[in-house]
Design a protein around this ligand. Structure first.
Ligand code: P6P
Length: 344
């Protein structure tokens, strides 16, 4: 009861997501109505997935779906459910002409053959990132990336529409299904976070103008892979652990990109998924993990690179390609690049 009273008080002065979109739609470089439809579709799907994630322990949606995705990863039932919900919700809107998903081998073309089809946007999603944490009740997330198509409106969407560099994104964001459910997104005019009041199913602006601290004291990496990392990455990790100046830093790694990224954006820190002798390009996918998180990071005054170049400048060649990923507080990412580039 106290929580609800507190929440009501906290949200009395806060803008809802719907009000925020309307108040800020003029800053969206394209038609305001299109942005509203896009974000509203994602908002609806997020609420449905949030409901399923929160009751996962109660009904039989835990455990593997008995299938594997193109990544060769066991598909968790909630992965499949989240994928279906986002695709279904986006299809129902008259705005999206194509969808690519971590859980789909190829992109999905949406009635692009209809000569009246005027849908202009493609959406790329990781429907439930960190899904291996589902059965152990650790927070997971959805990541989305939105582009305008580059092939003619009214023609079938092509792979070219999806293989655009990250700096062409018109919007990107994530939903974190954690101790509270939040939707964090950017349309290129800063980053704003909205917290779901589950009692009434409304997202309220709780974190306006989110920004990475210029530096921080948290480094996030799976140190179990340490022996397989390039020497420059090993040297940076040892730098983080050295008793000198503002170090040693604190190691925090949840195994859920959205959760580690979100914490580091609030507290300051760096998230790393380097290449290694066991994963030649690292693990994270460029199109629906690294690009959207990099767009958010840069809009929040942070930095995102593959160790050598901006993530957002990489020209994609494949739908599911992987890249090394260093993302977070600018000073920390720059320092990591210095160590890495000593060896190239
Ligand atoms: P590892 C989840 O599968 C994910 O894509 C990210 O959310 C997470 O940061 C990373 O992989 C964890 O991978 O190899 O450290 O277990």
């Amino acid at each position: 009861m106290v929580h609800n009273v507190h929440f009501e008080m906290m949200t009395k002065k806060n803008t809802t997501l719907g009000e925020f979109i309307i108040e800020n739609q003029n800053s969206f470089q394209y038609s305001s109505g299109e942005l509203s439809k896009l974000i509203n579709a994602i908002r609806l799907a997020a609420k449905v997935v949030n409901h399923e994630v929160n009751k996962a322990g109660l009904i039989d949606v835990l455990g593997a779906a008995g299938d594997t995705n193109i990544q060769g990863e066991d598909q968790q039932k909630l992965d499949v459910l989240a994928n279906d919900k986002f695709i279904q919700t986006l299809k129902n809107r008259e705005i999206v002409c194509g969808i690519a998903s971590e859980e789909e081998d190829d992109f999905i073309s949406i009635n692009s053959n209809d000569e009246n089809h005027q849908n202009k946007y493609v959406v790329l999603i990781d429907p439930l990132d960190g899904s291996s944490n589902i059965d152990v009740n650790v927070s997971v997330g959805t990541i989305f990336s939105i582009y305008r198509r580059i092939t003619p409106v009214g023609t079938p969407v092509t792979l070219e529409d999806f293989l655009q560099p990250g700096d062409q994104q018109v919007a990107a964001g994530y939903i974190i299904y954690g101790t509270s459910t939040m939707l964090v997104y950017t349309t290129g005019d800063g980053v704003n976070g909205f917290t779901l009041n589950p009692a009434i199913g409304t997202f309220y602006l709780s974190h306006p103008n989110m920004q990475f601290p210029k530096t921080g004291k948290i480094y996030s990496v799976n140190e179990g892979n340490y022996t397989h990392f390039p020497q420059g990455v090993k040297d940076y990790i040892k730098h983080c652990q050295k008793e000198e100046g503002d170090r040693p830093y604190t190691s925090r790694y949840i195994g859920s990109l959205v959760s580690d990224f979100h914490r580091n954006m609030i507290k300051g820190g760096i998230y790393m998924y380097p290449k290694s002798s066991i994963a030649s390009n690292g693990k994270l996918r460029l199109l629906y993990e690294c690009n959207p998180m990099a767009f958010i990071a840069e809009q929040a005054q942070g930095k995102a690179s593959d160790g050598h170049q901006r993530i957002l400048e990489i020209k994609p060649t494949e739908l599911h390609e992987r890249v090394p990923f260093f993302c977070g507080s600018t000073a920390m990412v720059t320092k990591a690049e210095e160590f890495i580039q000593k060896y190239h």
